[in-house]
Design a binder for this molecule. Structure first.
Ligand SMILES: N[C@@H](CCC(=O)N[C@@H](CS)C(=O)NCC(=O)O)C(=O)O
Length: 285
C-alpha cells in the first residue's frame, strides 16, 4: 500500500463515526446468521496473517466484509447484484475484540464494507463499485457510464448522497446510540436531511434515476441513504418527486433483494421505530 494512502487511511481513522450499533448488534447478528463462510469466528483470527489477508482459512477470489444492516454495505451489495458478480460475503462482528483488531489491521479506518480481491484490500464504497465494474462486471453491465461527462455527473450525485444524506442519517443513528442523557436529538443532522430532500426533490424533475437515464452508482448510494434517512426525517407531502423516486428505488430488483436479505436484522436497527412496517414484513402494505 503506498505510504500516502496509508497516511490518508490513518487520518480517516481518527474521524470514525458509527452508522449503526454494529458493536451492540454484532453479537446478536452472529447468532442469527450461522451459515458457513459468513461468520468470522474469533479463533479464525488467531491464524490470519497480520495484513492483507482475508479473514478465515478460505481464500476466495472476491470477498466482501460486511454487515447486513450497514447502509454503506447495502450500497455495494446493490451494485454487486446489478453488475452480476458472484461474491463471498463475510459477516463482520466488530463487537469481538479479536475480530475488530484483525479488521483494523486489514483496513485502518475500520469502516465497512471492505472488498478483498485475492488478498488485495479495496476500501471505500464508491471506489469498490468502480473497481468491481472495471475488473469483474458481467458483460454489458455498468453503473458508471463510459462517457466522461456523464460519469462525472454520476460521481457528483454519488457524493451528494454520501455526504448530504448518508452522513446526517448516520449522525441520527449515532445520537440514538448515546446514553439518553447525552442525546441532543441530532437537530442539525435532521435539518441537513430536510434541506437535502428539498434540493434532491427539485433535481428529480423529469427524471427516472438521479443521474442520466439508467440506474447508476448514484442510485446505489441513494437507495440505502434514503431508506434509513426517512426513518428519522420522513418525506413531506411536497416531496412528490423524491417520494416517487424512493418507491422506484425500493422496487428496483437489486435494491429489493438487498432489503430482503437484511429483513431479519431490522429488529436490531436503532431507528426501527421509524421504519415502515412493510420493510419488516413485505405482506404488510
Ligand atoms: N466512506 C466510507 C463510509 C463507510 C461507513 O461509514 N461504514 C460504516 C457502516 S455503514 C462503518 O463502518 N461504521 C463503523 C465505524 O465507523 O467504526 C465508504 O464509503 O465506504
Amino acid at each position: 500500500m503506498p505510504n500516502t494512502f496509508a497516511l490518508a487511511l490513518e487520518v480517516l481513522h481518527r474521524n470514525r463515526r458509527w452508522c449503526f450499533s454494529i458493536l451492540a448488534i454484532g453479537t446478536m447478528a452472529r447468532h442469527l446468521c450461522r451459515r458457513r463462510n459468513t461468520i468470522c469466528s474469533a479463533t479464525d483470527f488467531a491464524a490470519i496473517a497480520p495484513n492483507l489477508q482475508p479473514f478465515g482459512h478460505v481464500v476466495t477470489a472476491l470477498t466482501l466484509h460486511y454487515h447486513p444492516l450497514s447502509s454503506y454495505c447495502h450500497k455495494v451489495l446493490i451494485a454487486v447484484d446489478v453488475l452480476g458478480i458472484a461474491i463471498d460475503k463475510r459477516l463482520l462482528d466488530l463487537a469481538d475484540p479479536a475480530e475488530r483488531a484483525a479488521y483494523l489491521a486489514l483496513i485502518p479506518t475500520g469502516k465497512m464494507p471492505l472488498l478483498v480481491d485475492q488478498g488485495r484490500p479495496v476500501p471505500e464504497t464508491s471506489i469498490i463499485i468502480e473497481y468491481l465494474q472495471r475488473h469483474h462486471a458481467s458483460s454489458g453491465r455498468t453503473l458508471i457510464p463510459h462517457d466522461p461527462d456523464a460519469a462525472l455527473d454520476v460521481r457528483l450525485w454519488d457524493r451528494i448522497f454520501d455526504l448530504y444524506v448518508m452522513t446526517p442519517m448516520q449522525e441520527c443513528t449515532a445520537d440514538l446510540l448515546r446514553p439518553e442523557g447525552d442525546r441532543d436529538g441530532a437537530k442539525r443532522a435532521r435539518e441537513g436531511l430536510s434541506s437535502a430532500y428539498a434540493f434532491i426533490d427539485r433535481h428529480l424533475e423529469g427524471r427516472t434515476w438521479v443521474s442520466g437515464d439508467a440506474f447508476s452508482l448514484a442510485d446505489c448510494a441513494a437507495a440505502p441513504a434514503l431508506f434509513y434517512a426517512v426513518t428519522y426525517v420522513p418525506l413531506r407531502p411536497q416531496h412528490v418527486r423524491l417520494a416517487a423516486y424512493f418507491e422506484r428505488l425500493m422496487e428496483h430488483p437489486s435494491v429489493a433483494l438487498t432489503i430482503d436479505q437484511a429483513r431479519p436484522y431490522f429488529k436490531f436497527y436503532p431507528g426501527r421505530e421509524g421504519l415502515s412496517r412493510r420493510f419488516f414484513d413485505p405482506m404488510d402494505r
